[in-house]
Every structure is written in C-alpha cells, then in structure tokens.
Design a binder for this molecule. Structure first.
Ligand code: PEP
Ligand code: MG
Length: 821
C-alpha cells in the first residue's frame, strides 16, 4: 500500500476553475517524478467522463485506466484550496486528492479518506489546516477507524468477485450502493474481516476491496433474494466501472492526438480523417476586372463562343484526370459544369446583353453572378451549396474571356496546409496530395466536393471552420486534425514533436494492421466477430478479399444502375453478380436489392419529383411498384446464387407488409427458376422495424442494421444536411438503444444481426456493437484491417461493459468520450 508523503501536499493553493485545480494536482505529481505530464490530460479526460467529487468538499481526480503507462510510480497528492473551487453545479471542493494508481495500491489512502468523508468536521479541519502533517497523518492511517456496521445475522448471503484491476473504488462503490438502495432489505458487505453498509458508498470504500477480491454480500429483509440477485448481476457487469486497459486496445486509444498544452485551436467539421503538420497557405481567389463596353457585337459573340468551347474542352480534360485518379463518381461534377455553361436561358441572356453593346466578359459575369446570388439565397442547403459550382465554372469562362487564363490563384509548390474560404471543385481537383498536407475551409460542409475529393485523395480535411481561419497568418505552423475537426494554431514545440510522433505511430500502426489483415477478428476470449465489406462495384469484390474482408455484408446494387442510359438487363446483372461470387471464392455475398430514391436518383427512371424523397417511394417501396426493375434483379440474384453462397437483403423495410410482398415476389421468381432457397434478410433502418423486431425476427433469416438511415429517421435529421452533419451520429444513445432492442429480439428467435452502416467501420462503434451482441460488421474497405485489429485486442466482457456504459449515456458526445480523448 502506498502512503501520502508531505512532499506531495500543497497548502493554500488558489484555483479559479476545476481544471486549474486538477492541473495543480497533476503538477504536484509531475514535480515529484510520479507521472509523465501527459497523465494530467488523462486526469482531465477522466473528469469529463465521470465526476470525481466525493463528499464534504473532497474530490479525487485520477487518470483514465488506459493511460497507466504514463504513471512512473503509484502515488497520491493533496492540494488544499481553502477558498474552494466550484467542482460541479452546487458542489465546491476544498481538498483535491490527485491519484495516479498503476493498480490498487492506493486503496489504503482511499479507505482512510472515507473516515474523513464520514466526518464533516474532519474534512473542514483538513481544508483549513496550516499544517501539511495533519493531512498526511489523516490519510495515512493504516487501519480505518471503527467498523461502520454489524454483520447481519439473518437473511441470505452470496460471494462475488470484483472484476477489473482497480477494485471497489469510488465509481463502482457508488453503483453498488445505488443498486442496493433500490431494495428495502438491509445490505452488508464483508471483506477481510471488515463489514460495510452496502447502501453507503463511503462505507464500502473502507473495505479496500482490490481487483479480483472476493467479498460476501448479505441481505436481510422482505426483498432479500431479489436484492442479492441484482447485486450479483451488477458486480458481474463490472459496476459501471470504466473498462480497464484491456477493454480498449492501447493502439486504439492513440487514434486521437491530444496536445499536452492548451494552445489555440479552431473547430470545424471533420471532412477527411488524419493528422497533418505544416505551414498555412492562405488561398485567395483572384478578382478579375472586366470592361463593360463591347468591341462590336460580332467580335464579342465570337469570343464568347471560343471561350465556351475552350472551357468545355478543359472540363473534359479535368473529368478524365479526376475519374482516372478518384473514380467517375468524384469526377461527375465536371460533367455538371459542362451542362451549366450550355444552359440556353443563360446563353440567351448573355447574347441579348452583347446585342446592346456590352462586352462578352461583362455580359457573362453579370449573368452568372445574378444566378449565383439567387442560388445562395435558396433555403435548400444542397442547392445553395451548388452556387459554388456555378461561380467556379463562371470564373473559368470569364478568365478565358478576359484573356487571364493564367490568373488562376496559384497553389503552393511546397507541402502546406491549405486554408481557403471554400475551394471550388476545379481548385480541389488540381490538388496534389504530395503538396497539400491538409485542407481547412471556412465554409462548406462534409458533403461538399472539397470534402469528398479530400477523402478520396486521403488528405486530412476540416470544413466549416468559420472566418477565423482566414485571419491566420500565412506561413505559421499548424497541426490539422481531420478526425477531430480541429486546426491547432502554432502549437508549442513539445506538441509539434508529439504530433510528429503520433503521425509516425499511426503509420507504423497502419502497417501492422495491414500485415495482420487476414487474421480473423477473434477477441481475447475466443469470441469471433465477422468483419465483412460494403461494396458497389464488381472489381471491389476481389479488392475486399485483398483488404482482409471475410465476405460482403452489403452489395449496394444501385451502383450498377447509375451512370447509364437504361437499367442493366437481367443478363448483365447475372454476369456481374456471378463474377463477384467467383472473386469471393466461397466467402458470403449479401446482395441488397435496388435502393433507389432519397439521395440516389436515376435520371432515366423519370420518377415524379417528391417533396420529401427520403420519406417517399424509395428502396423496397419503389421495387414493389416497379416489377420491371425488381423481377429481373431477383432472377439474376437467384441464378448467381447457384455459383456460391449468396444471400438476399431488402432495403428500407418499414412494415411487415413490405417484407411479405418482397418475399412473395422473390419466392415466385425462385419457383419459376426452380432455384434453391437462399437466406433472406432485411435492412433495419426505419424505427418502426425495430419496434416490430420481435415479429420480423420470426420470419427473416437475419437483420442488417443500416445505421446511416436508422440515425436519420430516428433523430429526424437529413443525413446529407450540411448544417446537421455534426449531429447525425450513429453512436447517439437513441440509435444504440434501438440496436440493442433489435439484437435482443433477434437472439430470442436464434437469428443473427449485422450492422452495415458507417458506425460498423468506426473502431469505437465496432467495439460497442460487438458488446451489444452484433455478430457481423460490414464496412468500407479501408476500415477492415483497423477494425479487425481493434477487436483482436478486446475481450467480450470488456466490450459488453463498454456497450452497457454507452447505452446509459445521454448524448452521442458522452458515448464518443468513452473513447479516451
Ligand atoms: C445505411 O442506411 O446505413 C446503409 C448501409 O445503407 P445506405 O447507406 O446505402 O443507405
Ligand atoms: Mg440505407
């Protein structure tokens, strides 16, 4: 057992805030050589997760279990703040007991502390004493004085083991006492010859039960059996203690970089993950000056036609370059630009102005700017966001008309963090990842093209950071954390070094994860989770196997229907699915039937415009109305299933009737083909399906939870809305509780549950989902190796503990804080 030394006591300290007080305690431990400075941040992080105020003006800040390697020697310190510091609403701390414990050696001090906690007069005395030795003596009392309660003579008892390394410290003791408090019976706890009142946290702390310690719980009263059962379950569930270092892999903890000092940072929205370190380059678009008066109608008309032709050609070249580098989807915007400059209404307006004697450049600029202003004013954020495209293509033509082709704002030659108000798609397309280390824009949202292209180029990016970023001095060194959505301005030398070390660790970690990508995700206790991939193209089936996926959990078939003039035929689909089955070589392939509507539109279908497309005829609703699309697809799936393990999945199922109709159509097709049955599951992405999960579970073979849509429908937030993007978080407790309900309903019927929405590929999300009992996680290819690595470092009880804590959270932020910040 460790003891408090006078070297670790500070008297008459003043602290304005709780943070100051925690930092002061941390400083004492740093100065006495007990901890690394980084542990102070861990103490602050722990405080954000759990309030460490105990009672009678005493708080016990301590770090997070997974940061224990930052402790050089287990120790405690006391900072006395006679004037007090507000700890939380309504509570003021006068004695701050900082704890850095490698395991449970500090329990003796905590036990002694409970004597003080039981005695307000003693607490007051220590808060005001001028002698450090008073505090040292009080907290070093080896044997806690007095036994609070007597053992119970009647009633029942059982023996339990305290799990976790830290033992029955303040947080689990609080949980124990509150569970015991729900029952009328008296509850006593016996350990090492001492007896405590099971309903009083302070009394329980006195027992000093270490991790792995066996204690006896006694209950006596009308509900004694129930009380014992509840306490046994609560102890087995870990008493809400934060998972110890085995619960969350150390590798995963380091996924977020945290600076040691509190420098200046600017917050935006994360658009592309990763960490960039470099000098800022402020990107400013050039303002072109044009002459209003034309040089003659004929000449101006010719110039306009020439500029439009050249612009079209340039756009064609950019389209080819971007689609070769980042795929057709990312390049499509340049096709849209071509269409914008061929808009008849715009061209007629420009020509009319030329006829009245204006220059082509002036006429063009006026026509474009009017439309840009109109678009920006439109309430629909998606349309408003497209104003940047019109402005971009307008400038392209204008530069040609004004003979200022080379007046494009220059991009840097040396590697920099690029800061801009908003980059146009043309600017973003020109970015060379070797020169642009990171991107930070004042406006724009995560669905902007800047964000999409940055992700495809693997450039860390933060968008929507506000005008403050534009006011930064060019050339200053910053750290941009795309994962956290933060730009750290001029961090200290120490922080820069730690950021560089973090980058290096990240690279090494990625390499190690990649090397082990073919290892299954078997948890430390043998529990296995299937890690599979979400894909949309034929070639991605082989790429998924190469990335370490154990099959395909979601084939988004709508991608075969995009970028064409007409739907693919049954034969084309059969060929495509069969090719994928072959590439998978025996690994499972879950084919989701067409999910068109909402954000995915097919121009050739000429469907009526909908006021609320996400609530309209999308997914299965569309397929049931369009047998011309649905039946050939079902036929192709059943035919491909003859070559390997294919499963069918229906999207956007909201009612049992939807499923019955879809199943009937599939069965009819199967009977016609004389094909063998295949497993049939549904996407769970509408809250009504969760509510009715017990009924669905009787009829389906599996559930796959689409958290992207389930989140948008549960929180009533458009998943593409730039202003809401930050909040559409699949780790919101409301969504997690729905997942929990789904898994429980499925388990009752012996069915399995997968998750194929974005949270499955988030290492924290994957850990929580595993703890909730999800059997299969399906994600985009780059996440496979990292998620597998994370799961291999986890045990099922630790994942379950994490899931239980997540379910109890009130906000997504609290859930995300379970991952050490
Ligand atoms: C989902 O909604 O979570 C899902 C996986 O489907 P999609 O993103 O294709 O709508
Ligand atoms: Mg969906």
């Amino acid at each position: 057992m460790i003891s408090l030394t006078s070297e670790n006591v500070r008297l008459r300290v003043s602290a304005k805030t709780k943070e100051d007080a925690i930092r002061a305690a941390g400083q004492v431990l740093v100065e006495s050589g007990c901890i690394e400075p980084g542990y102070v941040e861990s103490m602050l992080g722990r405080e954000r997760q759990a309030n460490t105020y105990l009672n009678h003006g005493i708080a016990i800040p301590h770090g997070m279990p997974q940061d224990r390697e930052l402790i050089k020697k287990t120790s405690v310190c006391v900072v006395q703040i006679p004037e007090g510091v507000i700890w939380n609403d309504g509570t003021t701390a006068y004695l701050v007991v900082g704890i850095a414990a490698k395991s449970d050696e500090h329990l003796g001090v905590l036990a002694a502390l409970t004597d003080v906690l039981d005695d307000p007069a003693a607490a007051h005395r220590l808060a005001t004493t001028m002698q450090g030795s008073d505090i040292v003596d009080a907290l070093n009392r080896k044997q806690p004085k007095g036994v609070a309660t007597q053992e119970l003579v009647d009633g029942e008892q059982l023996e339990v083991t305290i799990i976790g390394q830290a033992g029955l410290h303040a947080r689990p003791a609080t949980t124990f006492a509150s569970v015991a408090g729900e029952f009328e019976s008296n509850v006593r706890v016996k350990f090492g010859g001492k007896v405590a009142n099971g309903k009083a946290m302070a009394s329980l702390l006195k027992l000093g039960v270490p991790g792995g310690g066996r204690m006896v719980i006694q209950a006596s009263g009308p509900d004694q059996t129930k009380a014992l059962e509840a306490l046994r379950d609560a102890v087995a569930a870990g008493l809400d203690d934060l998972p110890d270092e085995h619960a969350i892999a150390p590798a995963a903890n380091a996924q977020v970089w945290t600076p040691a000092s509190q420098g200046r940072s600017i917050a935006g929205v994360c658009a592309s993950p990763g960490l960039a370190i470099g000098r800022l380059h402020i990107f400013q678009a050039t303002v072109l000056q044009v002459v209003e008066l034309g040089k003659g109608e004929e000449l101006e008309r010719r110039e306009l036609a020439g500029a439009l032709d050249t612009a079209k050609q340039q756009l064609e070249e950019i389209y080819d370059a971007v689609s070769a580098r980042s795929g057709k989807g990312n390049a499509a915007i340049f096709r849209a630009h071509q269409a914008m400059i061929q808009d008849d209404e715009l061209l007629n307006e420009v020509k009319l102005r030329i006829e009245t004697g204006k220059s082509a450049a002036w006429a063009w600029q006026t026509g474009i700017e009017r439309r840009v202003v109109e678009m920006r004013g439109i309430a629909d954020e998606h349309i408003a966001a497209r104003a940047v495209d019109l402005h971009d293509v307008g400038q392209r033509v204008l530069r040609l008309l004004a003979g200022a082709e080379h007046a494009e704002a220059s991009l840097p030659d040396e590697p920099v963090i690029l800061v801009a108000d908003d980059l146009t798609p043309s600017d973003t397309a020109k970015l060379d990842p070797r020169k642009v280390l990171g991107l930070c824009t004042a406006s724009g949202g995560p669905t902007s093209h800047t964000a999409i292209i940055a992700r495809s180029l693997d450039i860390p990016a933060v968008v929507g950071a506000g005008p403050a970023v534009l006011e930064q001095k060019a050339g200053i060194t910053c750290v941009l954390d795309g994962s956290a959505g933060l730009l750290y301005v001029e961090p200290s030398q120490e922080d820069l070094e730690s950021a560089r070390a973090f980058q290096q660790d990240l690279r090494v970690r990625r390499d190690v994860e990649n090397e082990n990508r073919y290892q299954p995700a078997i948890l430390t206790d043998g529990h296995r989770v299937e890690v599979v991939a979400n894909i949309g193209k034929v070639a991605e089936a082989a790429a998924a196997v190469e990335a370490g996926a154990e099959g395909i959990g979601l084939l988004r078939t709508e991608f075969f229907f995009l970028d064409r003039e007409a739907p693919p035929t049954e034969e084309e689909q059969y060929q495509a699915y069969t090719e994928m089955v072959r590439a998978l070589n025996g690994l499972p392939l879950i084919i989701r039937t067409l999910d068109i509507g909402g954000d995915k539109v097919l121009p050739y279908l000429t469907l009526p415009e909908e006021e609320n497309p996400f609530l309209g005829v999308r997914g299965i609703r569309l397929c049931l109305r369009r047998p011309d699309l649905f039946i050939p697809q079902l036929r192709a799936i059943y035919r491909a299933a003859q070559h390997g393990p294919v499963k069918i999945m229906f999207p956007m199922i909201a009612t049992l009737e939807d499923f019955h109709a879809a199943r009937e159509a599939a069965e009819k097709v199967r009977a016609e083909l004389g094909a063998a049955p295949v497993e049939m599951g549904i996407m769970v992405e509408v809250p009504s399906t969760v509510v009715m999960a017990a009924e669905f579970a009787k009829e389906v073979d599996f559930f796959s939870i689409g958290t992207n849509d389930l989140t948008q429908y549960t929180l009533a937030m458009d998943r593409l809305h730039p202003a809401l993007a930050k909040h559409v978080d699949g780790l919101h407790p409301a969504v997690l509780r729905l997942i929990d309900l789904t898994v429980k309903a499925a388990t009752k019927e012996g069915k399995w549950v997968g998750v194929c929405g974005g949270v499955a590929g988030d290492p924290l999300g994957a850990s929580i989902l595993t703890g909730l009992g999800v059997a299969e996680l399906s994600m985009s290819l780059p996440s496979v190796a990292a998620v597998k690595a994370r799961l291999r470092d986890l045990s099922l009880p630790a994942a379950e503990n994490l899931a239980r804590m997540a379910l109890k959270c009130s906000t997504a932020e609290q859930v995300r804080a379970l991952q050490p910040a």
